[in-house]
Ligand binder design. Structure first.
Ligand code: ADP
Ligand code: MG
Length: 260
């Protein structure tokens, strides 16, 4: 049984001068517990697809079913992390993490325990009473992830969450995320334009085409974790996917040239 199914999904943005066909007839299914990466160059509709599943964007055609129910709006079973650190600057780290639970009316002692555990898990213990402005980018993104985990939604939608981080922090958070995924068996849809990141994380990689966004390749990755980015299989797949992404990157570039 499919846990998430995207059926004939299209989205066209209507601008004042022209319309942009962002997604065209996307069909994609995720089983419960899958970790799927959406891969493609910028502009190929990755965020549009993720935001449609999140319920922030209404499709032009088609439908999305999550756990048997059609998506019409955002819901607590689908948690989202964005590329920009979407945390509240006026709240401490601990309050930011607690926020979603407070909204849900979770009892205070339960919130305290849960926040303590997450602070520990994500290496944020010493930062619990700090404000976001006093944290590095990597720490802020940890807070955003902790907040997502606090809500404990079965589906996690992540839009280039590590895109702005340095390589070392990025690898640390990738490892944290893999550990959490392996323990919790959440269903994760993770957007990235990094081939290497998708190969390090996903059990399936969906390569998208540039405008309109369609599915170019549905690549199962069955290497065990932790994966070795210098290994032969890793590099063979990296080369293969690299060619696919490059074709789309070129279409993007030639589109931009035409617009000049
Ligand atoms: P990606 O996340 O892969 O970079 P997006 O989903 O953000 O791609 O965008 C896909 C296409 O849709 C792009 O050409 C983008 O310019 C266009 N687009 C995205 N959001 C809007 C919007 N709100 N209005 C008009 N065009 C949009
Ligand atoms: Mg995007």
């Amino acid at each position: 049984m499919d846990y998430i199914s995207i059926n004939n999904l299209s989205k066209t943005f209507q601008g004042s001068e022209r319309s942009v066909p962002a997604l065209l007839d996307i069909n994609l299914s995720l089983s419960r517990g899958e970790f799927v990466c959406l891969l493609g160059p910028s502009g190929c509709g990755k965020s549009t697809l993720l935001n449609s599943i999140a319920g922030f964007i209404q499709p032009s055609a088609g439908e999305i079913i999550v756990d048997g129910k059609p998506v019409r709006e955002p819901g607590p079973e689908r948690g989202v992390v964005f590329q920009e650190y979407a945390i509240f600057p006026w709240m401490t780290v601990a309050r930011n993490i607690a926020f979603g639970l407070e909204i849900k009316g979770t009892p205070a002692n339960e919130i305290r325990d849960r926040v303590d555990t997450l602070l520990e898990t994500l290496g944020l213990k010493e930062f619990r009473d700090r404000y976001p402005k006093d944290l590095s980018g990597g720490m802020r993104q940890r807070v955003a992830i902790a907040r997502l985990l606090a809500i404990d939604s079965p589906v996690m939608l992540m839009d280039e969450p590590f895109g702005a981080l340095d390589a070392l922090t990025r690898r640390t958070l990738q490892d944290e995320l893999l550990r959490i995924w392996q323990e919790s068996r959440k269903t994760i849809l993770f957007v990235t334009h990094s081939i290497e990141e998708s190969l390090y994380l996903a059990n399936r990689i969906v390569v998208m085409t540039y405008r309109p966004g369609t599915i170019k390749r549905n690549q199962v990755v069955d290497m065990p974790h932790p994966r070795d980015p210098s290994g032969a299989e890793f590099n063979e797949l990296k080369r293969e996917l690299g060619l696919l992404v490059m074709e789309e990157q070129e279409r993007h570039t030639s589109d931009e040239m035409k617009a000049l």
